[in-house]
Write a protein that binds this ligand. Structure first.
Ligand code: SAH
Ligand code: SF4
Ligand code: F3S
Length: 449
Protein backbone atom coordinates (compact mmCIF):
# COMPACT_ATOMS: atom_id res chain seq x y z
CA UNK A 1 0.00 0.00 0.00
CA UNK A 2 1.39 3.44 -0.93
CA UNK A 3 0.95 6.34 1.47
CA UNK A 4 -1.20 9.34 0.70
CA UNK A 5 -1.11 12.53 2.76
CA UNK A 6 -3.83 15.12 2.10
CA UNK A 7 -3.84 18.57 3.64
CA UNK A 8 -7.06 20.52 3.28
CA UNK A 9 -7.39 24.30 3.31
CA UNK A 10 -10.48 26.46 2.85
CA UNK A 11 -14.14 25.64 2.97
CA UNK A 12 -16.18 22.52 3.72
CA UNK A 13 -16.47 21.77 0.02
CA UNK A 14 -12.73 21.23 0.00
CA UNK A 15 -13.08 18.91 3.00
CA UNK A 16 -15.69 16.94 1.06
CA UNK A 17 -13.48 16.87 -2.05
CA UNK A 18 -10.48 15.64 -0.02
CA UNK A 19 -12.50 12.69 1.26
CA UNK A 20 -13.58 11.91 -2.29
CA UNK A 21 -9.99 12.09 -3.57
CA UNK A 22 -8.93 9.62 -0.89
CA UNK A 23 -11.76 7.29 -1.97
CA UNK A 24 -10.74 7.71 -5.61
CA UNK A 25 -7.11 6.79 -4.98
CA UNK A 26 -7.75 3.81 -2.71
CA UNK A 27 -8.43 1.38 -5.60
CA UNK A 28 -5.07 2.27 -7.18
CA UNK A 29 -3.21 1.43 -4.01
CA UNK A 30 -3.06 4.61 -1.90
CA UNK A 31 -3.97 4.50 1.77
CA UNK A 32 -4.36 7.71 3.77
CA UNK A 33 -1.49 8.38 6.17
CA UNK A 34 -1.58 10.92 9.01
CA UNK A 35 2.05 11.97 8.48
CA UNK A 36 3.66 13.76 5.58
CA UNK A 37 7.25 12.56 6.10
CA UNK A 38 6.88 9.12 4.57
CA UNK A 39 4.13 9.92 2.05
CA UNK A 40 4.43 8.68 -1.54
CA UNK A 41 1.88 11.22 -2.68
CA UNK A 42 1.10 14.56 -1.03
CA UNK A 43 -2.01 16.46 -2.07
CA UNK A 44 -2.54 20.03 -0.92
CA UNK A 45 -6.22 20.83 -1.44
CA UNK A 46 -5.95 24.58 -1.56
CA UNK A 47 -7.99 27.75 -1.03
CA UNK A 48 -7.63 31.03 -2.91
CA UNK A 49 -10.19 33.12 -1.05
CA UNK A 50 -7.79 35.48 0.78
CA UNK A 51 -4.11 36.22 0.33
CA UNK A 52 -3.25 34.57 3.65
CA UNK A 53 -4.78 31.29 2.52
CA UNK A 54 -2.57 31.30 -0.57
CA UNK A 55 0.58 32.23 1.35
CA UNK A 56 0.05 29.21 3.61
CA UNK A 57 0.05 26.96 0.57
CA UNK A 58 3.29 28.38 -0.80
CA UNK A 59 5.13 28.06 2.48
CA UNK A 60 3.95 24.47 2.75
CA UNK A 61 5.18 23.86 -0.81
CA UNK A 62 8.59 25.24 0.20
CA UNK A 63 8.82 22.71 3.03
CA UNK A 64 7.64 19.91 0.77
CA UNK A 65 10.30 20.69 -1.79
CA UNK A 66 13.03 20.16 0.81
CA UNK A 67 11.40 16.93 1.95
CA UNK A 68 11.12 15.76 -1.60
CA UNK A 69 14.82 16.45 -2.25
CA UNK A 70 15.83 14.60 0.89
CA UNK A 71 13.68 11.66 -0.14
CA UNK A 72 15.12 11.70 -3.69
CA UNK A 73 18.69 11.59 -2.40
CA UNK A 74 17.68 8.54 -0.38
CA UNK A 75 16.45 6.99 -3.66
CA UNK A 76 12.82 7.49 -2.78
CA UNK A 77 10.08 9.31 -4.64
CA UNK A 78 7.48 11.69 -3.28
CA UNK A 79 4.90 13.09 -5.69
CA UNK A 80 3.33 16.48 -4.90
CA UNK A 81 -0.07 17.54 -6.24
CA UNK A 82 -1.73 20.92 -5.79
CA UNK A 83 -5.50 20.54 -5.97
CA UNK A 84 -8.35 22.96 -5.39
CA UNK A 85 -8.80 26.65 -5.94
CA UNK A 86 -5.16 27.82 -6.03
CA UNK A 87 -4.47 25.26 -8.77
CA UNK A 88 -7.47 26.55 -10.68
CA UNK A 89 -6.68 30.24 -10.25
CA UNK A 90 -2.92 30.22 -10.72
CA UNK A 91 -2.35 27.22 -12.96
CA UNK A 92 1.19 26.96 -14.27
CA UNK A 93 2.35 30.03 -12.33
CA UNK A 94 2.54 27.72 -9.34
CA UNK A 95 5.32 25.78 -11.05
CA UNK A 96 7.44 28.94 -11.32
CA UNK A 97 6.97 29.88 -7.69
CA UNK A 98 7.14 26.34 -6.39
CA UNK A 99 9.27 23.95 -8.42
CA UNK A 100 8.81 20.43 -7.23
CA UNK A 101 5.08 20.35 -7.88
CA UNK A 102 4.23 17.38 -10.10
CA UNK A 103 0.52 17.86 -10.66
CA UNK A 104 -2.05 20.63 -10.70
CA UNK A 105 -5.68 19.67 -10.55
CA UNK A 106 -8.64 22.06 -10.37
CA UNK A 107 -11.74 21.44 -8.25
CA UNK A 108 -13.74 20.14 -11.23
CA UNK A 109 -11.11 17.74 -12.50
CA UNK A 110 -9.83 15.68 -9.64
CA UNK A 111 -11.52 12.55 -10.93
CA UNK A 112 -8.64 12.57 -13.45
CA UNK A 113 -6.01 12.17 -10.71
CA UNK A 114 -5.37 8.44 -11.31
CA UNK A 115 -4.59 9.15 -15.01
CA UNK A 116 -2.37 12.07 -14.01
CA UNK A 117 -0.45 10.02 -11.48
CA UNK A 118 0.17 7.35 -14.11
CA UNK A 119 1.30 9.99 -16.60
CA UNK A 120 3.67 11.71 -14.19
CA UNK A 121 5.16 8.44 -13.07
CA UNK A 122 5.72 7.51 -16.71
CA UNK A 123 7.11 10.80 -17.92
CA UNK A 124 8.16 12.67 -14.78
CA UNK A 125 6.74 15.82 -16.33
CA UNK A 126 4.17 18.18 -14.93
CA UNK A 127 0.54 17.40 -15.40
CA UNK A 128 -2.13 20.11 -15.43
CA UNK A 129 -5.88 19.62 -15.35
CA UNK A 130 -7.95 22.69 -14.69
CA UNK A 131 -10.79 22.57 -17.22
CA UNK A 132 -14.40 22.93 -16.20
CA UNK A 133 -15.66 19.77 -17.90
CA UNK A 134 -19.39 19.56 -18.53
CA UNK A 135 -19.22 16.05 -17.16
CA UNK A 136 -20.50 15.44 -13.67
CA UNK A 137 -17.35 14.74 -11.73
CA UNK A 138 -19.50 13.16 -9.05
CA UNK A 139 -20.61 10.42 -11.43
CA UNK A 140 -16.99 9.66 -12.25
CA UNK A 141 -16.10 9.08 -8.62
CA UNK A 142 -16.33 5.80 -6.82
CA UNK A 143 -18.58 5.56 -3.79
CA UNK A 144 -16.75 6.19 -0.55
CA UNK A 145 -16.45 3.31 1.89
CA UNK A 146 -15.83 3.01 5.63
CA UNK A 147 -17.26 4.97 8.52
CA UNK A 148 -18.94 8.17 7.31
CA UNK A 149 -18.87 9.77 10.77
CA UNK A 150 -21.99 10.81 12.66
CA UNK A 151 -22.12 14.18 10.89
CA UNK A 152 -21.33 14.05 7.17
CA UNK A 153 -21.04 16.55 4.32
CA UNK A 154 -22.69 16.12 0.95
CA UNK A 155 -21.99 18.51 -1.92
CA UNK A 156 -25.17 19.20 -3.90
CA UNK A 157 -24.24 22.36 -5.77
CA UNK A 158 -21.01 23.94 -6.93
CA UNK A 159 -19.83 27.15 -8.46
CA UNK A 160 -21.16 30.67 -8.51
CA UNK A 161 -22.63 33.05 -11.09
CA UNK A 162 -22.90 36.05 -8.77
CA UNK A 163 -19.50 37.69 -9.20
CA UNK A 164 -19.29 39.70 -6.01
CA UNK A 165 -16.61 42.37 -6.56
CA UNK A 166 -14.16 40.87 -4.05
CA UNK A 167 -14.50 37.15 -4.64
CA UNK A 168 -12.54 34.54 -6.59
CA UNK A 169 -15.04 31.70 -6.30
CA UNK A 170 -16.77 32.26 -9.67
CA UNK A 171 -13.33 31.97 -11.28
CA UNK A 172 -12.06 29.02 -9.28
CA UNK A 173 -15.21 26.93 -9.09
CA UNK A 174 -16.82 27.93 -12.37
CA UNK A 175 -20.52 28.49 -13.06
CA UNK A 176 -23.34 27.35 -10.81
CA UNK A 177 -24.14 23.71 -11.27
CA UNK A 178 -26.52 21.48 -9.29
CA UNK A 179 -26.37 17.72 -9.01
CA UNK A 180 -29.49 15.73 -9.80
CA UNK A 181 -31.64 14.74 -6.80
CA UNK A 182 -31.44 11.00 -7.55
CA UNK A 183 -27.65 10.88 -7.12
CA UNK A 184 -27.85 13.01 -3.98
CA UNK A 185 -30.54 10.86 -2.38
CA UNK A 186 -28.57 7.71 -3.19
CA UNK A 187 -25.43 9.21 -1.65
CA UNK A 188 -27.38 10.31 1.44
CA UNK A 189 -28.76 6.79 1.92
CA UNK A 190 -25.26 5.38 1.51
CA UNK A 191 -23.90 7.84 4.09
CA UNK A 192 -26.60 6.77 6.54
CA UNK A 193 -25.80 3.11 5.90
CA UNK A 194 -22.20 3.99 6.84
CA UNK A 195 -23.29 5.56 10.12
CA UNK A 196 -24.24 9.17 9.38
CA UNK A 197 -27.17 10.63 11.36
CA UNK A 198 -26.71 14.22 10.26
CA UNK A 199 -26.00 15.52 6.76
CA UNK A 200 -24.93 19.03 5.86
CA UNK A 201 -25.73 19.85 2.25
CA UNK A 202 -22.92 21.89 0.75
CA UNK A 203 -22.68 24.41 -2.05
CA UNK A 204 -21.04 27.78 -2.66
CA UNK A 205 -24.62 28.94 -3.22
CA UNK A 206 -26.49 25.99 -1.85
CA UNK A 207 -29.87 27.70 -1.79
CA UNK A 208 -29.53 28.42 -5.53
CA UNK A 209 -29.90 24.64 -5.89
CA UNK A 210 -31.91 23.67 -8.99
CA UNK A 211 -31.54 19.95 -9.59
CA UNK A 212 -32.82 18.16 -12.68
CA UNK A 213 -35.02 15.29 -11.54
CA UNK A 214 -35.30 12.10 -13.60
CA UNK A 215 -38.95 13.07 -14.01
CA UNK A 216 -37.84 16.18 -15.93
CA UNK A 217 -38.85 18.45 -13.07
CA UNK A 218 -36.49 20.99 -11.51
CA UNK A 219 -36.11 20.50 -7.77
CA UNK A 220 -35.55 23.35 -5.31
CA UNK A 221 -33.46 23.01 -2.18
CA UNK A 222 -36.65 22.86 -0.10
CA UNK A 223 -37.92 19.90 -2.15
CA UNK A 224 -34.57 18.16 -1.84
CA UNK A 225 -34.61 18.64 1.94
CA UNK A 226 -38.16 17.29 2.14
CA UNK A 227 -37.12 14.15 0.22
CA UNK A 228 -34.05 13.69 2.42
CA UNK A 229 -36.22 14.01 5.52
CA UNK A 230 -37.95 10.77 4.46
CA UNK A 231 -34.75 8.79 5.07
CA UNK A 232 -35.51 7.11 8.35
CA UNK A 233 -31.96 6.84 9.73
CA UNK A 234 -31.26 10.48 8.98
CA UNK A 235 -32.03 12.59 12.05
CA UNK A 236 -30.73 16.03 11.16
CA UNK A 237 -30.34 18.09 8.00
CA UNK A 238 -28.36 21.31 7.58
CA UNK A 239 -27.19 23.31 4.56
CA UNK A 240 -24.51 25.88 3.87
CA UNK A 241 -23.65 28.46 2.38
CA UNK A 242 -26.64 30.48 1.31
CA UNK A 243 -27.02 33.76 -0.51
CA UNK A 244 -29.74 36.22 0.58
CA UNK A 245 -30.96 36.55 -3.01
CA UNK A 246 -31.84 32.86 -3.20
CA UNK A 247 -33.64 32.61 0.14
CA UNK A 248 -37.03 31.75 -1.39
CA UNK A 249 -40.42 31.25 0.28
CA UNK A 250 -40.30 27.47 0.06
CA UNK A 251 -36.99 27.30 1.92
CA UNK A 252 -38.19 29.68 4.62
CA UNK A 253 -41.35 27.58 5.00
CA UNK A 254 -39.26 24.41 5.17
CA UNK A 255 -37.68 25.78 8.35
CA UNK A 256 -41.15 25.90 9.88
CA UNK A 257 -42.42 22.57 8.50
CA UNK A 258 -39.59 20.08 8.33
CA UNK A 259 -38.66 18.91 11.77
CA UNK A 260 -35.36 17.36 10.70
CA UNK A 261 -34.18 20.66 9.23
CA UNK A 262 -32.16 22.15 12.08
CA UNK A 263 -32.80 25.68 13.43
CA UNK A 264 -29.55 27.18 12.21
CA UNK A 265 -28.92 29.42 9.21
CA UNK A 266 -25.61 30.70 7.89
CA UNK A 267 -26.58 33.63 5.70
CA UNK A 268 -23.66 35.92 4.79
CA UNK A 269 -24.52 39.61 4.59
CA UNK A 270 -20.95 40.99 4.22
CA UNK A 271 -21.90 44.59 5.08
CA UNK A 272 -24.72 46.62 6.58
CA UNK A 273 -24.21 49.57 4.23
CA UNK A 274 -26.23 49.77 1.02
CA UNK A 275 -23.45 51.73 -0.67
CA UNK A 276 -20.93 49.02 0.10
CA UNK A 277 -23.39 46.26 -0.79
CA UNK A 278 -23.90 47.90 -4.18
CA UNK A 279 -20.13 48.28 -4.67
CA UNK A 280 -19.82 44.61 -3.77
CA UNK A 281 -22.39 43.70 -6.42
CA UNK A 282 -24.29 41.73 -3.79
CA UNK A 283 -27.65 42.59 -5.39
CA UNK A 284 -29.44 42.91 -2.08
CA UNK A 285 -29.84 45.75 0.39
CA UNK A 286 -29.46 45.75 4.17
CA UNK A 287 -33.26 45.99 4.42
CA UNK A 288 -33.70 42.96 2.15
CA UNK A 289 -31.55 41.10 4.62
CA UNK A 290 -33.58 42.37 7.60
CA UNK A 291 -36.80 41.28 5.90
CA UNK A 292 -35.49 37.77 5.24
CA UNK A 293 -34.35 37.42 8.84
CA UNK A 294 -37.73 38.61 10.14
CA UNK A 295 -39.54 36.02 7.99
CA UNK A 296 -37.25 33.19 8.93
CA UNK A 297 -37.60 34.04 12.62
CA UNK A 298 -41.34 33.99 12.20
CA UNK A 299 -41.19 30.54 10.59
CA UNK A 300 -38.74 29.20 13.18
CA UNK A 301 -38.49 31.40 16.30
CA UNK A 302 -35.65 29.40 17.89
CA UNK A 303 -33.37 29.67 14.84
CA UNK A 304 -29.72 30.58 15.44
CA UNK A 305 -28.19 32.92 12.89
CA UNK A 306 -24.70 33.10 11.50
CA UNK A 307 -23.09 35.33 8.91
CA UNK A 308 -19.91 36.40 7.10
CA UNK A 309 -18.64 39.98 7.14
CA UNK A 310 -15.95 41.81 5.25
CA UNK A 311 -14.50 45.06 6.62
CA UNK A 312 -12.50 47.51 4.55
CA UNK A 313 -13.96 46.78 1.13
CA UNK A 314 -12.71 49.58 -1.20
CA UNK A 315 -14.55 52.81 -0.49
CA UNK A 316 -15.96 51.74 2.90
CA UNK A 317 -16.32 54.89 5.01
CA UNK A 318 -16.59 55.16 8.79
CA UNK A 319 -20.35 55.62 8.35
CA UNK A 320 -20.57 52.49 6.16
CA UNK A 321 -18.75 50.51 8.80
CA UNK A 322 -21.07 51.92 11.48
CA UNK A 323 -24.02 50.66 9.40
CA UNK A 324 -22.54 47.16 9.63
CA UNK A 325 -22.17 47.48 13.40
CA UNK A 326 -25.77 48.72 13.64
CA UNK A 327 -27.08 45.80 11.59
CA UNK A 328 -25.21 43.33 13.79
CA UNK A 329 -26.55 44.95 16.97
CA UNK A 330 -30.06 44.85 15.57
CA UNK A 331 -30.09 41.25 14.38
CA UNK A 332 -27.92 39.42 16.90
CA UNK A 333 -25.83 36.52 15.61
CA UNK A 334 -25.15 33.26 17.42
CA UNK A 335 -21.83 32.93 15.59
CA UNK A 336 -20.05 34.59 12.70
CA UNK A 337 -16.99 34.84 10.50
CA UNK A 338 -15.42 38.19 9.77
CA UNK A 339 -12.50 39.13 7.58
CA UNK A 340 -10.40 42.07 6.47
CA UNK A 341 -10.92 42.68 2.78
CA UNK A 342 -8.10 41.00 0.88
CA UNK A 343 -7.55 42.17 -2.71
CA UNK A 344 -7.62 39.20 -5.06
CA UNK A 345 -5.91 39.39 -8.45
CA UNK A 346 -8.39 39.56 -11.32
CA UNK A 347 -11.40 40.61 -9.24
CA UNK A 348 -13.01 44.04 -9.83
CA UNK A 349 -12.50 45.33 -6.27
CA UNK A 350 -8.75 44.68 -6.41
CA UNK A 351 -8.44 47.40 -9.06
CA UNK A 352 -10.68 49.92 -7.27
CA UNK A 353 -9.01 53.21 -6.40
CA UNK A 354 -10.24 53.75 -2.85
CA UNK A 355 -8.43 50.93 -1.07
CA UNK A 356 -8.64 51.09 2.71
CA UNK A 357 -5.46 51.17 4.76
CA UNK A 358 -4.38 48.11 6.70
CA UNK A 359 -4.59 49.97 10.01
CA UNK A 360 -8.20 51.05 9.43
CA UNK A 361 -9.13 47.50 8.39
CA UNK A 362 -7.53 46.15 11.57
CA UNK A 363 -9.35 48.65 13.77
CA UNK A 364 -12.70 47.91 12.19
CA UNK A 365 -12.19 44.17 12.35
CA UNK A 366 -11.27 44.34 16.04
CA UNK A 367 -14.41 46.36 16.83
CA UNK A 368 -16.67 44.08 14.80
CA UNK A 369 -15.18 40.90 16.22
CA UNK A 370 -15.56 42.18 19.78
CA UNK A 371 -19.25 42.77 19.13
CA UNK A 372 -19.75 39.41 17.40
CA UNK A 373 -17.92 37.56 20.19
CA UNK A 374 -20.10 39.29 22.75
CA UNK A 375 -23.21 38.17 20.87
CA UNK A 376 -21.97 34.60 20.60
CA UNK A 377 -21.21 34.57 24.29
CA UNK A 378 -24.61 36.04 25.14
CA UNK A 379 -26.39 33.45 22.97
CA UNK A 380 -24.53 30.61 24.66
CA UNK A 381 -25.08 32.03 28.14
CA UNK A 382 -28.78 32.44 27.45
CA UNK A 383 -29.04 28.71 26.78
CA UNK A 384 -27.56 27.76 30.16
CA UNK A 385 -30.22 26.09 32.28
CA UNK A 386 -32.16 24.90 29.24
CA UNK A 387 -32.44 21.34 27.97
CA UNK A 388 -31.27 20.72 24.40
CA UNK A 389 -31.32 17.63 22.19
CA UNK A 390 -27.66 16.82 21.61
CA UNK A 391 -26.47 14.53 18.83
CA UNK A 392 -23.34 12.91 20.23
CA UNK A 393 -20.59 12.69 17.63
CA UNK A 394 -17.45 11.36 19.30
CA UNK A 395 -15.39 10.92 22.45
CA UNK A 396 -14.48 14.11 24.28
CA UNK A 397 -11.11 15.16 25.61
CA UNK A 398 -11.77 13.95 29.16
CA UNK A 399 -12.33 10.24 29.82
CA UNK A 400 -16.01 9.31 30.06
CA UNK A 401 -17.03 12.36 28.10
CA UNK A 402 -18.76 12.72 24.73
CA UNK A 403 -19.04 15.75 22.49
CA UNK A 404 -21.90 16.68 20.25
CA UNK A 405 -24.04 19.55 19.07
CA UNK A 406 -27.38 21.12 19.86
CA UNK A 407 -29.90 21.78 17.06
CA UNK A 408 -28.49 25.35 17.01
CA UNK A 409 -25.02 23.91 16.31
CA UNK A 410 -23.61 24.78 19.74
CA UNK A 411 -20.79 22.43 20.74
CA UNK A 412 -21.60 20.51 23.94
CA UNK A 413 -19.61 18.14 26.15
CA UNK A 414 -21.21 15.86 28.73
CA UNK A 415 -20.41 12.77 30.75
CA UNK A 416 -21.94 9.93 28.75
CA UNK A 417 -21.14 6.34 27.79
CA UNK A 418 -19.51 5.75 24.40
CA UNK A 419 -22.59 3.74 23.41
CA UNK A 420 -24.42 7.04 23.00
CA UNK A 421 -22.24 8.10 20.05
CA UNK A 422 -24.62 8.71 17.12
CA UNK A 423 -27.59 9.00 19.51
CA UNK A 424 -29.62 12.07 20.38
CA UNK A 425 -30.21 12.72 24.08
CA UNK A 426 -31.57 15.57 26.15
CA UNK A 427 -28.81 17.46 27.90
CA UNK A 428 -29.24 20.18 30.49
CA UNK A 429 -26.68 22.88 29.72
CA UNK A 430 -24.82 24.01 32.83
CA UNK A 431 -21.63 25.89 32.09
CA UNK A 432 -19.90 27.80 29.32
CA UNK A 433 -16.21 27.03 28.82
CA UNK A 434 -13.98 28.78 26.29
CA UNK A 435 -15.06 26.70 23.32
CA UNK A 436 -17.96 24.54 24.40
CA UNK A 437 -21.00 24.23 26.65
CA UNK A 438 -20.84 21.69 29.44
CA UNK A 439 -23.99 19.78 30.32
CA UNK A 440 -25.52 16.77 32.00
CA UNK A 441 -27.75 14.04 30.57
CA UNK A 442 -31.27 14.57 31.90
CA UNK A 443 -31.81 10.81 32.28
CA UNK A 444 -29.29 8.44 33.79
CA UNK A 445 -27.96 6.18 31.07
CA UNK A 446 -26.59 2.87 32.21
CA UNK A 447 -23.00 2.27 31.16
CA UNK A 448 -24.26 -0.51 28.93
CA UNK A 449 -27.06 1.48 27.34
N1 SAH B 1 -20.63 31.75 -1.32
C1 SAH B 1 -20.57 32.25 -0.04
C2 SAH B 1 -19.21 32.48 0.56
C3 SAH B 1 -17.96 32.13 -0.13
S1 SAH B 1 -16.45 32.64 0.53
C4 SAH B 1 -21.34 33.54 -0.02
O1 SAH B 1 -21.65 34.14 -1.01
O2 SAH B 1 -21.62 33.99 1.06
C5 SAH B 1 -16.65 32.77 2.27
C6 SAH B 1 -16.50 34.15 2.78
O3 SAH B 1 -15.19 34.64 2.57
C7 SAH B 1 -17.38 35.18 2.12
O4 SAH B 1 -18.68 35.16 2.60
C8 SAH B 1 -16.67 36.46 2.44
O5 SAH B 1 -17.10 37.00 3.67
C9 SAH B 1 -15.22 36.04 2.57
N2 SAH B 1 -14.41 36.53 1.44
C10 SAH B 1 -14.52 36.19 0.15
N3 SAH B 1 -13.62 36.89 -0.59
C11 SAH B 1 -12.93 37.68 0.27
C12 SAH B 1 -11.89 38.64 0.13
N4 SAH B 1 -11.38 38.92 -1.07
N5 SAH B 1 -11.43 39.24 1.23
C13 SAH B 1 -11.94 38.97 2.46
N6 SAH B 1 -12.93 38.09 2.64
C14 SAH B 1 -13.43 37.44 1.57
FE1 SF4 C 1 -18.22 34.69 -3.82
FE2 SF4 C 1 -20.34 36.27 -3.93
FE3 SF4 C 1 -20.35 33.92 -5.20
FE4 SF4 C 1 -20.42 34.01 -2.55
S1 SF4 C 1 -21.99 34.79 -3.94
S2 SF4 C 1 -19.15 32.69 -3.79
S3 SF4 C 1 -19.14 35.77 -2.08
S4 SF4 C 1 -19.06 35.66 -5.70
FE1 F3S D 1 -11.48 28.61 -0.73
FE2 F3S D 1 -12.18 27.58 -3.01
FE3 F3S D 1 -13.63 27.13 -0.86
S1 F3S D 1 -11.33 29.57 -2.72
S2 F3S D 1 -13.34 28.97 0.32
S3 F3S D 1 -11.57 26.47 -1.19
S4 F3S D 1 -14.37 27.46 -2.90
Amino acid sequence: MKKLFIKTYGCQMNAYDSARMAALLAPIGYGVSPTVQDADLVILNTCHIREKAVEKVYSQLGRLRKMKEARASAGDEMLVAVAGCVAQAEGREILTRAPGVDMLVGPQSYHRLPEMIAKVSRERGHALETDFPALEKFDALPAATGDAGVSAFLTVQEGCDKFCSFCVVPYTRGPEHSRGPAGILAEARALCARGAREITLLGQNVNAYRGQGDDGRTWSLAELIAALADIKELARIRYTTSHPRDMDDSLIEAHGNIEKLMPFLHLPVQSGSDTVLADMNRQHSADDYRRIIARIRKARPDIALSSDFIVGHPGESDADFEATMALVREIGFAQSFSFKYSPRPGTPAAGARKQISESVKSERLAALQALLMQQQDDANRASIGSVRAVLFEKLGREPGQLVGRTPQLQPVHAAAPASLISQIRDVRLEILTSNSLGGRLTQRESALA
